[in-house]
Ligand binder design. Structure first.
Ligand code: BJ8
Length: 420
């Protein structure tokens, strides 16, 4: 409506580019999501959230800002949301999953950069992302080389980037560094919000984020049944929305969805027939609206039952203990929990292989699809380690955000699924 157009204008959004994005998104959503059969009723809320992603949610963020709250953008699951929330901040994920602004992005980035990075720089250069434009602070991190260097450019464009150092080894020294970085982040967030973190608020927010993660764990568990009560696409969408919806409301809606899925399981209702081949995906994150791989697999006769990905298990793998009695102790527990995350930016990274094996067993996967975004060195390299460790049929997909290779990839997926 008119209100939204004013709101976007005030944010500095390029209305023409933005219109193209929204139209493409709506069309995509119609084609990929709304065409699915046997969707749970509970997905209606998430459909609504997607349709209002640039509307109502942005309005909420701007209203919160008017009350003095700060909006903080993040790009990685090593940046603790609990700390942002403990100083009354709102955390939003800014990774981008569409080929928007690539032409502009390629003027400032090397061509052989992964599409996830090209997309968030492209979104900024073409002024199409109301989340990026709403942020008071952008927190980058030293994970892969591409992101690390892209944050320098992003800072040049926004003057709002703070980079937190993430170690690359989980040694004693690495752990110490990470802990120090979390204390430095606390100072930064206190300076931004002009408030001192209190133990009470910190504990509250640890609980809020734990509840969100518990709901996502519950959702994952329900996908272990055959027939699967929810499609991989729908579960992926819920996981994507986890990064920008209000966490309390989101948690409630995910739990309502899970209640419905439990009923489905009891009655033996699924999205696909019992015995449909089950796929576990592992690899790079799936930033919204990157639905390409799930769509391809699920229109090729299989169902995706889990994601060992940052949009997936790497986000909700474990909780933070809630019974600490000082902020320092809480931050230590937070550091331990976050460092358990098995990203390929770490060396060595045996925990990821363990996680994949556990997930495959728990979710009764029959095949593994290894997903890497073209030019993503950490995940492309680690494919070798993973492939030699797992004993399930294995398909490696190295792709980007374009639709050009869909025909060829679909043929490969179909052939793979037929062997399961
Ligand atoms: S914890 S996966 S969110 S770093 S796809 S930009 S790695 S070249 S996103 Fe990541 Fe944190 Fe790790 Fe997760 Fe680089 Fe690869 Fe691109 Fe990537």
């Amino acid at each position: 409506g008119e209100d939204y157009i004013k709101m976007w204008e005030n944010l500095g959004i390029d209305l023409e580019n933005h219109d193209c994005l929204l139209k493409a998104l709506a069309e995509f959503y119609q084609q990929i999501y709304l065409s699915q059969e046997n969707r749970p009723e509970g997905m209606k809320y998430f459909d609504f959230v997607v349709s209002e992603a640039h509307g109502l949610r942005i309005k909420e963020l701007l209203e919160a800002k008017q009350q003095g709250k700060k909006v903080v953008g993040v790009f990685c699951v090593y940046v603790p949301e609990e700390m942002i929330r403990a100083v009354d901040g709102i955390c939003v994920g800014l990774c981008a999953g569409a080929q928007i602004g690539f032409e502009e992005a390629e003027k400032v980035l090397p061509k052989n950069t992964c599409d996830l990075i090209k997309a968030f720089i492209g979104f900024k250069l073409t002024q199409v992302c109301p989340y990026t434009e709403s942020c008071d602070l952008l927190i980058g991190e030293t994970t892969c080389d591409g992101k690390k260097k892209a944050y320098e450019i992003l800072n040049k464009l926004t003057q709002k980037v703070y980079v937190m150092e993430v170690p690359h080894m989980k040694t004693e020294r690495g752990r110490e560094l990470f802990l120090k970085e979390l204390f430095a982040l606390k100072n930064k967030l206190e300076e931004l919000s002009q408030q001192t973190m209190t133990l009470e608020r910190f504990k509250e927010e640890v609980k809020v984020v734990n509840e969100k993660r518990k709901a996502l764990m519950r959702l994952e568990k329900l996908r272990s049944y055959d027939p699967a009560p929810i499609s991989g696409l729908d579960a992926l969408l819920v996981n994507q929305i986890a990064f920008y919806d209000d966490p309390v409301r989101f948690t409630q809606k995910v739990n309502e969805l899970c209640d419905e899925l439990e009923e489905r399981v009891k009655k033996g209702i699924g999205v696909k027939p019992k015995g449909t081949p089950r796929i576990l995906i592992t690899g790079c994150p799936f930033a919204l609206p990157n639905w390409k791989l799930h769509h391809m697999i699920e229109t090729s006769g299989a169902v995706v039952v889990g994601e060992e990905s940052c949009i997936g298990r790497r986000y909700y793998h474990s909780l933070v203990p809630e019974d600490f009695s000082s902020i320092e102790e809480g931050i230590k527990l937070l550091a331990e929990r976050y460092l358990k995350t098995p990203c390929a930016c770490f060396t060595p990274n045996p925990e990821r292989i363990e996680e994949i094996q556990n997930m495959a067993k728990e979710l009764k996967a029959q095949g593994i699809v290894y997903y890497s975004i073209q030019f993503c060195t950490p995940y492309l390299f680690e494919a070798y380690q993973v492939e030699s460790a797992v004993d399930l049929p294995f398909l490696k997909i190295d792709t980007n955000y374009s639709t050009e290779d869909i025909g060829q990839l679909k043929t490969r997926c179909e052939a793979f699924i037929e062997t399961l």
